[in-house]
Design a protein around this ligand. Sequence first.
Ligand SMILES: C[S@@+](CC[C@H](N)C(=O)[O-])C[C@H]1O[C@@H](n2cnc3c(N)ncnc32)[C@H](O)[C@@H]1O
Length: 431
Amino acid sequence: MADQNLSLKELSQTIAVQTDILTNALSQHGEPNPSFNVAGPSTYPFIPEVQAARSILVECASKLLQLANGPEDFIVKSSLQHRYNFVVMAALVRYKILETVPLDGSISYADLAAKVGLPENRIFRFLRYARALHLFYEPKPGFVAHTSFSAAAVKKRTLQAFMTFGHEQTSNVNRKIFEVLEKYGDSQSIEETAIFAAYDIERGQTFWDFCETDGEGDKKGWRMRMAADCLEAGSSAPTFSDSHVHAVMDWDSLGDATIVDVGGNSGHTSIALAKGHLQLKIIVQDLPGPREAFEKLITDELRSRVTFQAHSFFEPQPVREADVYFLRVILHDWPDKSAIDIVRQLVEVMKPTSRITLMESIVPESDENMPSTVMHLISALDIEMMTNFNSKERTMQQWCDLMKAADKRLVLKSVGQSPGSALTGLVFGFE
Ligand SMILES: C[S@@+](CC[C@H](N)C(=O)[O-])C[C@H]1O[C@@H](n2cnc3c(N)ncnc32)[C@H](O)[C@@H]1O
């Protein structure tokens, strides 16, 4: 991670080299360069050299920025500025500012304020903050227009769930973290968490059960719908892209295989998997709530191969002897005891050649083995697992130990990861 002796000059030289590699690779593949212009691309293509150069660039640019700020300014600015990112992002969604600013052309603050029903002065100040993040810009005084960064959340509306979720988490759940820590210490109970305290969730329910049932009338289940949108949006951004699923194991060698996507939510990963491997039949299992999101995503041509089944993974597994039980970011949600219960339901119905394939973050044993920007992301997920579930992100050894604790015959058969992915495929089977 942080090389203690890196200088501004060395970082800027690496940045110059990687920028050349990145822009040349994009040009060679006929892909546009990144730009703030509203017509600029919303994401990067999945070209290995592009993703590799981009990862180094992000890492070095982040270190350069921190060194250029210096320690004192870094601490003051980070604590002052970042806390309002979530408020402003949530305001852009809540007051439909993203959609009301036209994608082509601009709108005056006065017209925008009238359309969204907020005082002009407040709109202007939210947008001034947003403009500093390069979400929107002022083409002329008194007018506002989209950049590629704000436009991305209009073109892909599920991204807006992410913008809202940050505010929800920081304003409600995070304020309970210390209270819960001081009351329960290093608890392993899924009920002694900041999220349970924040929402006063009934004992005996899981957080996900609460997501299914929270809200009245049309709002019922809104948290599960928001989770489905976040998961779908996250899975098209390069770091968590569904495209990485192809690299987690050799799917083609399985032949006409049956895959169970355990806790597969809307089926977004299964749909990507089915498109890339025409011989696979996939059953997406989840609580009943995500069926609605599945119905929106599934296409007629895939319906015969990708189906949805409402099923709780704590109950006996109805699909016996599947070739692969696939769990993408499922077990990280659960402390060891519950994670073991989930795996044991699968072990009960496995045939000798069945596999349990996890797609999860792997926490490195040492900081040296991971760029700090990736460690930041995985650590953010880890703190989220702590506050929401008393769970954690795990090291490779912890994943292997967990599977062995579920059944001592379970051993790691292979590992697969594609460049730029924050998640790794861990394939377990019987010894
Ligand atoms: C972190 S999400 C991962 C979803 C999906 N695998 C993905 O990668 O986007 C966890 C999923 O577990 C599901 N889940 C929670 N409790 C469950 C249960 N008892 N049985 C089945 N699914 C459950 C949630 O509804 C949610 O879709």
